[in-house]
Design a protein around this ligand. Structure first.
Ligand SMILES: NC(=O)c1ccc[n+]([C@@H]2O[C@H](COP(=O)([O-])OP(=O)(O)OC[C@H]3O[C@@H](n4cnc5c(N)ncnc54)[C@H](OP(=O)(O)O)[C@@H]3O)[C@@H](O)[C@H]2O)c1
Length: 246
């Protein structure tokens, strides 16, 4: 498959799943355009991995689009995302609602809208989205993050309807807990490490990158439309009930 696809764009390339995905795609010889904000990380990726860095906020579709002018993008990995706060919905800063919907849902929709016409004209392309288990089931303290990812999930299904007959694939990866910096703002200091990772066996970013590469490598008539990936030690479900106290 990698002789068909030449150019990949990865958003959120500076850390976690995005960074691992960049490395995996580079290892297979693709030209990779790495989108992110962290200048130091982008510089390092350019220097050591030969990526083409696009320093931009993922919400700035015009800037990213201008940087990709003339590039025939074959693979778009919409990975950038935030979990900027982890709190009860009635206590979160209302600005966080906009931040999570804008970055996790609207930005990938706009970037996809910008790059899709070229893919459709070429009848070649693979769109990948990093959703979340938080978009498939409710979790406490995630009432803005969850809907942003649920929206992304349904967007993938809608795209697959609209793209029938174009040969363009749409893949949503739905991870459970992955050991990254996602909680850097939601949990202060080393709290994420202690609370979520120490003593557990979370998924590693490289594991998700492998799944992405495997999905791309399948023949073009095979589309891994959605894949849920949990740590073996994690499960969702259950019926929480609390006693009412006057
Ligand atoms: N970790 C998990 O447990 C988990 C589980 C399910 C789904 N996910 C999803 O996986 C994706 C990747 O997250 P991660 O876990 O790898 O966390 P991460 O290490 O925090 O990476 C997030 C990436 O997104 C980028 N980013 C955030 N806001 C941005 C913006 N406004 N413009 C451009 N880039 C932006 C960050 O880059 P800069 O800092 O340079 O801006 C960073 O490279 C996210 O969509 C997340 O929701 C993660």
């Amino acid at each position: 498959m990698f002789d068909t696809y030449r150019n990949a764009v990865v958003t959120g390339a500076t850390s976690g799943i995005g960074r691992s995905t960049v490395l995996a795609l580079r290892q297979r010889g693709l030209t990779v355009y790495a989108v992110g904000r962290n200048e130091e990380q982008l510089g390092e990726l350019a220097a050591t991995e030969g990526v083409i860095a696009i320093r931009a906020d993922v919400r700035d579709t015009d800037r990213i689009s201008a940087a990709l002018d003339g590039v025939e993008v074959d693979i778009l990995v919409n990975n950038a995302g935030i979990l900027s706060t982890r709190a009860l919905f009635h206590e979160i800063d209302p600005a966080e609602i906009d931040a999570m919907i804008d970055i996790n849902l609207k930005a990938p929709m706009h970037l996809t809208r910008t790059l899709l016409p070229g893919m459709v004209a070429r009848r070649r392309g693979h769109l990948l989205f990093i959703g979340s288990s938080g978009g498939q089931a409710p979790y406490p303290n995630m009432a803005a993050y969850g809907p942003s990812k649920a929206g992304l999930s349904l967007f993938c299904d809608n795209l697959r309807c609209d793209l029938l007959g174009t040969s363009i694939r749409v893949t949503e990866i739905v991870p459970g807990r992955v050991q990254t910096d996602l909680y850097r703002n939601a949990l202060a200091g080393k709290a994420a490490q202690t609370l979520l990772y120490d003593g557990y066996r979370p998924i590693q970013p490289d594991n998700i990158a492998s799944i992405i590469v495997n999905a791309v490598e399948l023949p073009v008539f095979v589309d891994v439309s959605r894949i849920e990936v949990f740590p073996t030690d994690q499960a969702t479900g259950g019926g929480t009930m609390v006693k009412f106290e006057d």
